[in-house]
Design a protein around this ligand. Structure first.
Ligand code: G4P
Length: 560
C-alpha cells in the first residue's frame, strides 16, 4: 500500500483484486526517449517522431476499447470511456450515421492524433466489416504499420479473413494483439498456427502468457525474461499498475505453471519464433503481444512497440519509381473521401496523407490529375465527429481538405516540384447491379450522387455501351450497395432501385478484344470512368468458354 500512496494513487482507483502487489509496482508513465537525443532536426526530424498506423480487427474484437486505452495512456483522455461517449454523440448529431447505428457497424473512418513518449502518433481507424475491405485497403495505403487485434476466443473468423489478407498483401508491418485473455479462449499455440496458415504471417511472440485464456496470470516479456503479473483493474478506466519480477521467481510461486511456460518458451525458441526487425518490416513476420484491453493489461506493451519497433514515415515511391525525399517540398495523396460529416453543411472532406515536406495551411498546392491549383484555406483534423483546424503538418500526418470536391481517391497533390503517386488499386468486385432512379424528375441528383459516390469509392461505377449508357455499380460486399442507396435517398434526395445483375465475374480488356467479342452470349462489355474496357461474365463457364474460343483476347483479372 505504501507503494501506491507514494505514487499518489488510491487503492480503489487501482482496484487490486488478487493479492499483495510486488516490490516493483510501477505506473505506466510517459518517459523521455533517449533515442530522440540523436534524432535529426527539421522535416526529417519531425518525420522520425511520427508513427502512422491503423488498427484492423473483427467487429467486437476490441478495436474501440484498445483505441480508447491508447488515448488514456497518452494522456489524451483522463478516463477511458470518451471514445464511446463521442461515438454516441455522433450518432445523435449526424443522420448519415443512422445507418451505422441501425447496423451496429462502423463505416466511416476517423483519424486520431496524439502524443506519446514525445512522439506524434497518427491512428487511422478502419471499418471492421469485410464488406468494406476496400476502404480498409485504402487506409492501409496511408499508414506505415498496422495492429491486428484478435479476440482470443474467436481467432481469425472466415467472414473477416479478407481484411487481414489485404493487410498482408500490402506487405506493411503488422503487430498482433491477442485480446480478451482474461476470458476463456483458444489455446495460444493453436492461434499462432491459425495466423500463420490463414494469412501467411509468421507470429513472433514478444510477450507470452502465463496461464490459459480465462486463467490469466501475466506475461513474460521475452526480450528480457521478465514476468509482468496480471493485475485486474475494474474496467480499466485508469492506467494499469504493473508488477514486474524475474521469470525465475515464478518457480517459487507456482512450479507447475513455471515448467509449462518454460516448455512453451523453449518450443518458440526451437522453431525460431523470435522477434526479428527485418522480417517484421518486410511484412513477413508479426510481433505478437497478449493482453486484455478492457482491464488495460498489455496496452502499454503494444503502444510502446509502436514507438520502438514500428517504422517512421519513409520516402515514398512515385509513379516513376523515384523516391521523393521527406525533406522535399510538400506532397501527398488522397486516400479517403468522406462526405456529409457535418449534415448541416453537406460537406466533402478529402483526407490526404502527407508524404513529403512541411504543409502549412493557406499554401497553394497543385492537383496533379487536373493540374489545377488548390488553395488550402480550410484544413481539418478529425476526432470522431469533432474537428479542429490544422495549421502545420509533416510526413506521416493526415490532413482533411474541406470542400475538395474535385479530388478523387488516389489523386496526388504537391507544392513546387511535381510528383504523382501510384494510384490505389481497386478491388476486384464480387457483386454487380443495375441501378435505376425511382423518380425520373430526380435524374440530375441521381447522376450527381452516382458520380460523387464513385469518386469517394463507395461503389465502383461502370457504364454499358448502349447509345444512352446505363450505369452498373459494383462492390466487394452487399453493404456497400446499402450505403450507396441510403445516401442517394437521404443526401441526394434521389431514391433508387438496385437490381442484382446476372453477371458475376469481371476481366480488364481493351478495344481490340471487345470488338472481337461483339455480341457473344454470356458476356457484357462495360467501360469504367477512365474509359478502360471491362468484360463481365455470367459465370466461370462463360469465361472459360470465351478464353478457349478466343485465346488471343486480353482478359486480365483484377489482382486484389
Ligand atoms: P470493436 O471496436 O472491435 O467492435 O470492439 P469493442 O472495443 O467495442 O469491444 C467489444 C466488446 O468486447 C465490448 O463489450 C468490450 O467491453 C469487450 N472487450 C474489449 N476488450 C476486452 C477484453 O480485453 N476483455 C473482455 N472481457 N472484454 C473486452 P460490450 O459488452 O459489447 O460493450 P460494453 O458494454 O462493455 O461497452
Amino acid at each position: 500500500m505504501a507503494n501506491l500512496q507514494e505514487k499518489n494513487i488510491s487503492a480503489d482507483q487501482a482496484q487490486i483484486e488478487d493479492g499483495t502487489p510486488g516490490q516493483n509496482l510501477t505506473l505506466a508513465k510517459e518517459r523521455d526517449d533517449k533515442s530522440l537525443l540523436s534524432s535529426p532536426s527539421g522535416i526529417d526530424g519531425e518525420a522520425a517522431l511520427r508513427r502512422t498506423f491503423a488498427i484492423i480487427s473483427h467487429p467486437d474484437a476490441g478495436k474501440t476499447t484498445l483505441t480508447e486505452k491508447f488515448l488514456l495512456y497518452s494522456g489524451q483522455v483522463a478516463e477511458a470511456g470518451a471514445v464511446k461517449a463521442r461515438a454516441g454523440r455522433r450518432n445523435v448529431t449526424s443522420d448519415w450515421m443512422d445507418l451505422e447505428r441501425q447496423r451496429g457497424i462502423s463505416i466511416t473512418s476517423t483519424v486520431l492524433q496524439f502524443r506519446y513518449r514525445s512522439h506524434v502518433v497518427n491512428l487511422l481507424d478502419t471499418p471492421g466489416h469485410r464488406d468494406f475491405s476496400e476502404d480498409t485497403y485504402r487506409v492501409l495505403a496511408a499508414v506505415d504499420s498496422a495492429i491486428m487485434v484478435l479476440d482470443v476466443a474467436k481467432g481469425i473468423e472466415a467472414q473477416t479473413l479478407k481484411l487481414f489478407e489485404v493487410c498482408a498483401a500490402r506487405e506493411i508491418p503488422i503487430l498482433t494483439f491477442i485480446n480478451k485473455y482474461d476470458r476463456p479462449g483458444k489455446d495460444i499455440l493453436e492461434l499462432l498456427d491459425e495466423i500463420e496458415k490463414q494469412i501467411g504471417l509468421r507470429p513472433t511472440p514478444v510477450t507470452w502468457p502465463l496461464g490459459i485464456a480465462g486463467d490469466f496470470r501475466g506475461v513474460i516479456d521475452r526480450r528480457n525474461n521478465s514476468y509482468i503479473r496480471y493485475i485486474k483493474s475494474a474496467r480499466g478506466s485508469k492506467e494499469a499498475l504493473e508488477d514486474v519480477m524475474d521469470f525465475e521467481d515464478v518457480k517459487n510461486l507456482d512450479p507447475v505453471l513455471y515448467e509449462n511456460t518454460q516448455n512453451e518458451l523453449a518450443l518458440l525458441d526451437a522453431v525460431g519464433a523470435t522477434f526479428d526487425q527485418q522480417s517484421f518490416l518486410a511484412g513477413k513476420t508479426t510481433p505478437l503481444f497478449v493482453g486484455s484491453a478492457l482491464t488495460n493489461f498489455g496496452v502499454q506493451h503494444i503502444l510502446d512497440a509502436v514507438i520502438d519497433i514500428a517504422p517512421a514515415p519513409a520516402p515514398r515511391e512515385d509513379t516513376l519509381g523515384q523516391k521523393r525525399k521527406l525533406s522535399d517540398p510538400f506532397s501527398g495523396f488522397v486516400f479517403k473521401i468522406q462526405a456529409n460529416m457535418d449534415p448541416s453543411h453537406r460537406d466533402h472532406v478529402a483526407f490526404v496523407r502527407v508524404c513529403s515536406g512541411r504543409f502549412e495551411r493557406g499554401m497553394t498546392v497543385t492537383h496533379h490529375q487536373s493540374q489545377k491549383l488548390f488553395a488550402t484555406k480550410y484544413v481539418t483534423s478529425v476526432f470522431g465527429n469533432d474537428r479542429s483546424t490544422i495549421d502545420i503538418a509533416y510526413p506521416g500526418d493526415v490532413i482533411g481538405l474541406v470542400n475538395a470536391g474535385d479530388l478523387s481517391i488516389g489523386d496526388s497533390l504537391y507544392e513546387a516540384v511535381p510528383v504523382s503517386y501510384p494510384p490505389i488499386p481497386s478491388f476486384a468486385p464480387e457483386l454487380f447491379s443495375r441501378v435505376e432512379s425511382k423518380d425520373t424528375a430526380k435524374y440530375k441528383q441521381f447522376k450527381k450522387g452516382l458520380e460523387q459516390m464513385s469518386r469517394e469509392g463507395v461503389i465502383q461505377l461502370y457504364h454499358d455501351l448502349e447509345p444512352v449508357p446505363n450505369p452498373i455499380i459494383a462492390a466487394v460486399g452487399q453493404m456497400q450497395f446499402e450505403v450507396f442507396s441510403y445516401r442517394l435517398a437521404n443526401e441526394f434526395k434521389a431514391p433508387v432501385e438496385i437490381i442484382a445483375s446476372k453477371y458475376k465475374l469481371l476481366r480488364r480488356s481493351n478495344e481490340a478484344s471487345v470488338k472481337i467479342l461483339g455480341n457473344t452470349s454470356g458476356v457484357k462489355i462495360v467501360k469504367d470512368k477512365n474509359g478502360t474496357f471491362l468484360v463481365l461474365f455470367e459465370s466461370q463457364y462463360w469465361l472459360s468458354h470465351v478464353t478457349k474460343e478466343y485465346p488471343e483476347l486480353l482478359l486480365e483479372p483484377l489482382t486484389i
